[in-house]
Design a protein around this ligand. Structure first.
Ligand SMILES: *Cc1c(COP(=O)(O)O)cnc(C)c1O
Length: 675
């Protein structure tokens, strides 16, 4: 059997759709030399992503190889539980010397995920030991990635990685990477937050998203002010990748806890570390019976061979002056990227920080590729024919070469990537988008707030119908449900809104930042789950997602005056968002009174009424239905736009078809646009 056969017979690859994997011949890497990987056929490839972001000085570096061999002649592994080791002691000293000043203690583990778990648990226990037992929540950035173990996934913000595990995760408060929003939430939750975790400067797995300059420094200041610990996850950014040893150092930040892994051993062996300040460490000091011990440890934590490799890697930073040589390489990379890749027709954006690069591909400026186009994967596959190994993040082609890459290799990397992107995005590969009717002229971010006279009146059905109709007319609609209660635990309404809008590119947490389990009014559900809803935060989330499309449909929770916070109702949110209200009422007995009261309240508040829609929420006919529209008009002077017949499932196309049958949707959209 060949290696290919054995692989297909027995391996389960990480982050890999295995059906597809089994259908293609795998590339089998057998050896490496410097910055090149060599396959079983002897073909050479430039390692364009540092073997998944880990390699630093190239493969088979004589100094690291020799250090590992020398250590092997002494001992390969001995435990740190109850014993010390020469290699771990020397590495800890060296790590503290290069880390942001003030980090003085090192807890060793074996992967980025475990380094993050350790940081989360230390932060949590730190406050418990101080007697500040209410500090149990973590604040994390949207689109963050912190690893794959459950704690790390809980603080992550990438929907695809979280969705299926939702019931297993602990609740984390998420914030867009905006300093004002961060400050706001830190203040709002100043008594119940234990730590803020972030990837400084660059969110790697999010697609190499660059954070606003000053965010890490501002976050540190705000954390200090509110007694919240700051955890910097430098698993990806550490060890020179952003141009300095650690990304934190570019903003003069010393976090309370720092997680490092990937590049720590030069990319040779699985070693990771969580560094902390003496202040954090001191909290855990006491007699054994005081129960101050940090009960955590991994069998291979601080593996001796790994520590020897890491020590050798840090020595190379000095002897080869790795960081001093970087500015020239980073500048060359930038120049070449902007010459060869930025001008390509389907390159939406080129993001670079140091040696970390994300090239985002889009069908055109406003439309992403369909997931089935798999354009990023195709580009990376084609890159092999140009002698490059790359791995994308969705439609983002990532370049993250070893720091040892030479200037000619930088040219080869960028030129080969440009060629592969050109081939992957040429029209012969990608079908042209389906023709849609051209959109009516509309200014960006117009939209509507769908409010109900009561709960369970058909708001989601109406919002979905509207989103799908907008989509059919070529809008890029965005559905938003700021708070959904009665989640099971997934927010079903938000899922329906996202599907109706055809916006799988939006994270579920963008569409519904606050999915709450209790079936209560939002403010009450927040109270019993301890998830303090804050008006400013809801508005910040709304503003952020609103900017991602050109037609914004917000669905309220419950009725028009149902409370989100003690002093914010759905009507207040509609007013703050400056959106007209589309009032949805159940077409049944009692609806005339409810609708008339709601219309009167909208008028009292001076809110624009986009219309009233009645919904048959059940299939059974009832005698009152035929009269409701007439008497609502008599009572309010507003003629309901339509009555939607009962549509059993939440199929967006069936809902949209029913909506189109009942009213002139084009005119409604145009009237919302003209406001
Ligand atoms: C890769 C990564 C992790 C997880 O590290 P593993 O070694 O894969 O467990 C955590 N955080 C960040 C920022 C990463 O890029």
């Amino acid at each position: 059997m060949t290696y290919e056969d054995l692989d297909r017979a027995h391996l389960w690859h990480p982050f890999t759709p295995m059906r597809q994997w089994l259908g293609e011949p795998p590339l089998v890497i057998e050896r490496a030399e410097g910055n090149e990987l060599i396959d079983t056929e002897g073909r050479r490839y430039l390692d364009g992503v540092s073997s998944l972001w880990v390699n630093v000085h190239g493969h088979r570096h004589p100094h690291i190889d020799a250090a590992i061999k020398a250590q092997l002649d002494k001992v390969a592994h001995s435990t740190l539980l109850g014993l010390a080791s020469a290699a771990s002691a020397r590495l800890a000293e060296k790590l503290v010397a290069v880390a942001p000043a003030g980090l003085s203690r090192v807890f060793f583990s074996d992967s980025g995920s475990t380094a993050v778990e350790v940081a989360l648990k230390i932060a949590f226990q730190f406050h418990q030991l101080r007697g500040d037992v209410r500090r149990t929540k973590f604040l994390a950035l949207e689109n963050a990635y912190h690893g794959d173990t459950l704690g790390a996934v809980s603080v992550g913000g990438i929907d695809n990685f979280q969705r299926v595990f939702h019931p297993l995760l602990f609740h984390t408060i998420r914030v867009p990477p905006v300093l004002d929003a961060l400050r706001y939430l830190l203040a709002a939750h100043s008594k119940d937050l234990c730590a803020l975790i972030l990837e400084p400067l660059v969110q790697g797995a999010a697609g190499m998203r660059l954070l606003p300059p000053g965010l890490a420094a501002g976050a540190q200041a705000a954390c200090r002010e509110h007694g919240v610990l700051l955890i910097a996850d430098e698993v990806a950014t550490g060890f020179g990748r952003t141009g300095t040893m650690f990304a934190c150092q570019q903003e003069g930040v010393t976090p309370d806890l720092l997680a490092v892994a990937k590049g720590l051993s030069g990319g040779y062996l699985p070693v990771a570390a969580t560094l902390c300040t003496e202040q954090v460490f001191a909290q855990f000091l006491g007699a054994p019976e005081e129960r101050l011990t940090f009960f955590h440890g991994h069998s291979f934590g601080g593996n001796t061979l790994g520590c020897a490799a890491a020590l050798a890697s840090l020595e190379l930073f000095e002897s080869e002056r790795t960081l001093e040589k970087l500015p020239e390489k980073i500048a060359a990379l930038r120049a070449r990227l902007f010459e060869k890749i930025a001008p390509l027709p389907h390159v939406f954006e080129v993001r670079q920080k140091g040696m970390m690069v994300g090239i985002e591909l889009r069908r055109d400026r406003t439309h992403p590729y369909a997931p089935s186009d798999a354009v990023g994967a195709r580009a990376c596959r084609l890159a092999r024919l140009h002698g490059l190994i790359l791995r994308p993040l969705g439609d983002v082609v990532v370049l993250m070469p070893p720091l040892s890459i030479s200037l000619p290799q930088i040219e080869k990397l960028v030129d080969g990537t440009a060629a592969a992107i050109g081939e992957a995005t040429s029209t012969s590969h990608v079908e042209s988008p389906p023709r849609v009717p051209s959109p009516p002229p509309i200014r960006p971010s117009r939209g509507v707030f769908v409010a109900g006279t009561d709960t369970a009146v058909g708001k989601t059905a109406v919002a979905c119908a509207l989103l799908r109709c907008a989509r059919r007319r070529g809008f890029v609609p965005v559905g938003f449900k700021p708070v959904e209660t009665g989640c099971s635990p997934l927010p079903q309404d938000a899922l329906a809104l996202r599907a109706a809008a055809g916006r799988d590119d939006l994270a579920l947490s963008d569409v519904c930042p606050y999915p709450l389990v209790p079936s209560l009014a939002p403010a009450a559900a927040a109270l019993v789950t301890g998830s303090a809803l804050v008006r400013g935060d809801l508005l910040a989330c709304a503003a952020r997602v609103r900017a991602r499309g050109d037609f914004f449909v917000v669905e309220g929770a419950g009725g028009l005056l149902s409370p989100y916070t003690p002093d914010t109702t759905a009507a207040d949110l509609a007013a703050a968002l400056d959106l007209p209200v589309l009032l949805v009422a159940r077409n049944g007995l009692g609806t005339i009174n409810h609708t008339a009261l709601a219309v009167a309240e909208l008028r009292r508040r001076g809110l624009a009424l986009a219309g009233v829609v009645l919904v048959d929420t059940t299939a059974e006919a009832s005698p009152d239905r035929a009269h409701n529209a007439h008497f609502i008009e008599a009572a309010t002077g507003v003629r309901p736009l339509c009555t939607l017949g009962h549509v059993p499932a939440r199929d967006p196309d069936a809902l949209a078809d029913e909506f189109e049958r009942r009213i002139d949707v084009g005119a409604l959209l145009a009237s919302l646009a003209a406001r």
